[in-house]
Design a protein around this ligand. Structure first.
Ligand SMILES: [Cu+2]
Length: 276
């Protein structure tokens, strides 16, 4: 069994663009990064998954800087069970929903909303007890239990680990844009070391795996901050917040974070390789 202690909390997040950028590129980037009286710029409030090393959630686990706003990396081998104790320190209800593992209805972590009022909640046929996983309120806790059953394992022709994701799933597009997503790996037997947490300090990274020196995770996407639950909070940080029109196409474009932190991760990783 691999036990993970997670919490959800708010933070501000700086979207960083590639270091290897020429003048033209910088001008282009200013559309998205430059702060203005009616432009948020490059610093956004986010909700993020964070891992702790103690049951009272007082000691944050260290994490590699290239992880950006991604949540902690969850890794488990076939026949293992992932147990996540989630505590919600955010101001909204959230959940954790995994891909690539087996779960029962009480650890599915999904609310599916439907346009018809009668389908306001995912009609999964479960009772209130079985719905506690769907939505963890602010201050609330829930324990998720996910199994890496043999039928979910990498096949002989696959890589040693399959890469999946987990994310909050009350309103998945909005919550992923808010920051609530991370990587989940299911691996063949013997691939993982005992600990899931490979980071000793900011500079020293030790692989959590026996088969590679380092595994690094990049998420290539456009983070649409217009979808974030914290858009209104972010607008309030503009000096002319009252003048911001959230429907203005130029304003909306300024909130598209292309690759966000994750493109810059490549530079960080390249620099590290050059040093080595
Ligand atoms: Cu999903």
């Amino acid at each position: 069994m691999r036990l993970f202690l997670f919490c959800l909390s708010h933070t501000t997040f700086l979207h960083v663009y590639p270091l290897l950028c020429l003048h033209f590129c910088l001008r282009f980037a200013s559309t998205f990064l430059k702060r203005g009286t009616q432009r948020i710029g490059s610093v956004y409030k986010k909700a993020m998954f964070r891992e702790y090393t103690d049951a009272t959630y007082s000691r944050l686990a260290s994490r590699p800087p290239w992880l950006g706003f991604l949540g902690p990396i969850l890794r488990a081998e076939v026949d293992e069970v992932i147990v996540v104790r989630l505590k919600n320190f955010a101001t909204r209800s959230y959940s954790m929903h995994p891909h690539g593992v087996f779960y029962e209805k009480d650890t599915e972590g999904i609310v599916l909303r439907h346009t018809h009022p009668a389908w306001a909640l995912y009609p999964d046929g479960t009772s209130s007890k079985m719905k506690k996983d769907d939505s963890v309120p602010p201050g609330g806790s829930y324990t998720y239990r996910w199994e890496v059953r043999p039928e979910f394992a990498p096949t002989d022709g696959d890589a040693n680990c399959l890469t999946w994701v987990y994310h909050s799933h009350l309103d998945a597009p909005r919550e992923i844009a808010s920051g609530l997503i991370g990587a989940l790996l299911t691996c063949k037997k013997g691939i993982l070391k005992e600990t899931n947490n490979p980071v000793q300090d900011q500079a020293t990274l030790e692989s959590a795996r026996n088969d590679v020196d380092q595994d690094v995770f990049l998420m290539f996407n456009v983070v649409d901050e217009n979808l974030s639950w914290y858009l209104e909070d972010n607008i309030q940080n503009c000096s002319d917040a009252a003048g911001v029109d959230p429907e203005d196409p130029d304003f909306q474009e300024s909130n598209l974070m292309h690759g966000g932190r994750h493109i810059s991760q490549i530079s960080v990783i390249q620099q590290r390789n050059e040093i080595e």
